[in-house]
Design a protein around this ligand. Structure first.
Ligand code: PLP
Ligand code: COI
Length: 346
């Protein structure tokens, strides 16, 4: 990569709140898989890496990643939220793409090692340090279309981040896509790099045509998820969301919200539901997207094919969404206790 087009590192001005992911922290961790084993990892200054143009990931898409956050708490400590679950999900993605599994202990050490080296670059809340372990097939052979990658690389990048959606906590405008799928039925649950490229066409088309922030994929009229976050329907005393299957990503934010929902007075219903039921719900209920990057972002408007705009509740971020978001963020910042194992001090 050319130095002029490298994203900036080490942004000194932490009040500037650059767009999500555009600033990379100064250090990264790298390990390679060869001859059946991972090499000892090393920490390097963030910068270009040399790769053959014939690697498997470029030609046949053997690439997957994780995204999770470390938060600076008021006592100055830096703490990672649900790291074990994100490592387990990367291992599942690796299995699905026939890439070598990252080693749990090694990857945890890479993550905490990077955090330790960039401690001064971790923003205060509402910012966080976004961690991005990326696993991809190397091995220089363009003949391996029906073979797994022979070698692989695992890199942990970090990025100081603030809001994912430009406009902060303003209600989102979501296009309801009732025909197309985000990705294939089996790959939805894999955090595969190619899934994001697959969703780009419908996402950009809806942005142009309907000025939507995101697309809610509802193939065959069954509500699934958006391009980069899970989807929840929320109302007094109740949350409804799609039950886990292979068609969509098993979000760890979703899991965390559903785990704390009962103590906040919400009964959780996980099942498939149709666009019609969603439209009936939002007449007086709420809808929101949840994910590491999205946190819990309220939906203000659903737009259907042809341009019909349907307000969600009053069109603003609803009170139950705000309450759930506050509880989630309070746990991430160590302001209220979390279930055992959710926090790793780095
Ligand atoms: N769905 C998709 C497609 C995503 O990219 C993400 C973000 O990682 C999520 C859902 C939410 O997952 P998580 O809450 O684990 O970040
Ligand atoms: C995340 O929430 O971690 C995501 O993966 C969303 C996006 C930045 C790809």
């Amino acid at each position: 990569m050319n130095a002029q087009v490298m994203p900036q590192t080490n942004a000194p001005d932490m009040t500037a709140r650059p767009a999500f992911g555009t600033v990379l922290a100064s250090q990264m961790a790298v390990t390679s898989w060869k001859d059946g084993r991972w090499s000892p990892h090393e920490f390097r200054r963030y910068g270009p890496i040399e790769l053959s143009p014939a690697i498997h990931a470029i030609h046949y898409g053997s690439a997957c990643f994780e995204g999770f956050k470390a938060y600076r708490w008021v006592d100055g400590s830096v703490n990672v939220f649900r790291m074990d679950r994100h490592i387990a999900r990367l291992q599942n993605s690796a299995d699905c793409l026939r890439l070598p599994r990252p080693d749990t202990t090694q990857l945890a050490a890479m993550v905490t090692g990077v955090i330790d080296r960039v401690r001064g670059e971790v923003p205060e809340s509402p910012g966080a340090l976004y961690l991005r372990p990326t696993l991809f097939g190397t091995g220089a052979s363009i003949g391996g279309a029906t073979l797994p990658a022979t070698e692989a690389m695992l890199i942990v990048l970090a990025s100081p981040v603030w809001d994912y959606f430009a406009g902060g906590e303003k209600p989102l405008r979501i296009f309801v896509e009732e025909k197309l799928t985000r990705t294939s039925t089996l790959m939805g649950q894999v955090k595969a790099a190619g899934n994001y490229a697959a969703a780009l066409g419908p996402t950009l088309a809806a942005r142009d045509q309907y000025q939507s922030d995101q697309v809610l994929f509802c193939p065959g009229g069954s509500v699934q998820e958006t391009g980069a976050a899970n989807f929840l329907l929320i109302r007094e005393g109740k949350i409804l969301t799609r039950s886990l299957d292979t068609t969509f990503l098993h979000g760890i934010t979703r899991d965390s919200l559903l785990a704390i929902a009962p103590q906040l007075g919400f009964a959780v219903e996980e099942r498939q539901f149709a666009v019609d039921e969603m439209l009936a719900w939002v007449k007086d209920g709420e809808a929101a997207l949840c994910g590491t990057a999205a946190v819990l972002s309220g939906v203000g408007t659903l737009v259907r094919e042809g341009g019909q705009a349907i307000p969600v509740g009053g069109g603003d971020v609803g009170p139950h969404t705000r309450r759930l978001r506050k509880a989630l963020v309070s746990m991430q910042l160590g302001e209220i206790p979390t279930p055992a194992g959710w926090i790793t001090q780095a």
